[in-house]
Ligand binder design. Structure first.
Ligand SMILES: Nc1ncnc2c1ncn2[C@@H]1O[C@H](COP(=O)(O)OP(=O)(O)OP(=O)(O)O)[C@@H](O)[C@H]1O
Ligand SMILES: [Mg+2]
Length: 247
């Protein structure tokens, strides 16, 4: 089966105080359609950078990325954007909500961009917001929301488009234990009921245990020897792998 995303020998360099620094060093990974893969790693290990590259929002210094079978480097910029919109729903670590749009407008934005009038889908979007505990917030603006509410709006926006791959960067980072667990159960259902693939970045072992596979990113490389494979991963296994890697 063709992977929904595949990276080959990915490198990313950044300049820091005049010095070239390797953030990612030879990342090769593959996610199958309907697979739930988790990435864990210390702060600054390059997790968000990797998701940016996979979504085509940023470009690698070297290596290849194929999104739903299309090599991103071989696409013209507008085709790359189109491929991203078609394929990826993105829950950003820092939400990326548009401040001048209401909650409902933010969530409907992917549909508006795709040319499907979000007005026609209003009932579905409202139902999605209600499922995420945001009923009554439809007309609020982002600055009127708490961090956890913004995070759930960002999640609703990523879910609304129905894309086959969800990139989730710390989707429970600002939520209470209970709200975080509900979000994880919702994500798991996206995989189980709708067959969507998930690439989840988290610091939370409980969240990681929902995945089919857990990968560990350390110093810009995947510690493949520690990779965990489900089904039914135990939180203790995740803790043990983190301890072994000194994370
Ligand atoms: N545009 C940039 N210019 C220079 N350095 C950058 C840039 N973006 C990221 N970095 C550096 O790359 C490294 C990885 O950043 P990244 O945001 O991917 O880490 P992360 O694993 O997501 O961390 P966290 O768990 O804290 O979110 C960091 O050291 C960061 O300072
Ligand atoms: Mg990050």
């Amino acid at each position: 089966m063709q992977p929904i995303v595949e990276t080959r020998d990915l490198y990313k360099f950044h300049e820091a105080s005049g010095e070239k620094q390797a953030i990612l060093r030879g990342i090769s990974l593959s996610v199958a359609p309907g697979e739930f893969v988790c990435i864990m790693g210390p702060s600054g290990s390059g997790k968000s950078t990797l998701l940016h590259l996979i979504s085509g929002l940023d470009q690698p210094s070297a290596g290849e990325i194929a999104l739903a079978g299309k090599d991103l480097a071989k696409l013209a910029p507008d085709e790359r954007t189109l491929q991203r919109r078609r394929t990826v729903g993105y829950v950003f670590q820092f939400f990326n909500l548009l401040p001048n749009l209401t909650v409902l407008e933010n969530v409907g934005l992917p549909l508006a961009i795709a040319g499907t009038g979000p007005e026609r889908e209003e009932a579905r979007l409202k139902e999605l917001l209600a499922r995420l505990g945001l009923a009554g917030k439809e007309r609020s603006f982002p600055h009127q929301l708490s961090g956890g509410e913004m995070q759930r709006v960002s999640l609703a926006r990523a879910l609304a488009g129905g894309q086959p791959l969800l990139l989730c960067d710390e989707p429970t980072g600002n939520l209470s234990q209970k709200a975080g667990l509900e979000v994880m159960q919702l994500l798991r259902r996206c995989r189980d009921d709708e067959g969507r693939a998930l690439l989840l970045v988290t610091h939370n072992p409980r969240d990681a245990a929902f995945a089919d596979r857990v990968l560990f990113l350390v110093d810009g490389e995947l510690a493949t020897e520690r990779e965990l494979r489900g089904p039914n991963l135990a939180v203790e296994d995740v803790h043990a792998a983190l301890a072994a890697l000194h994370i």
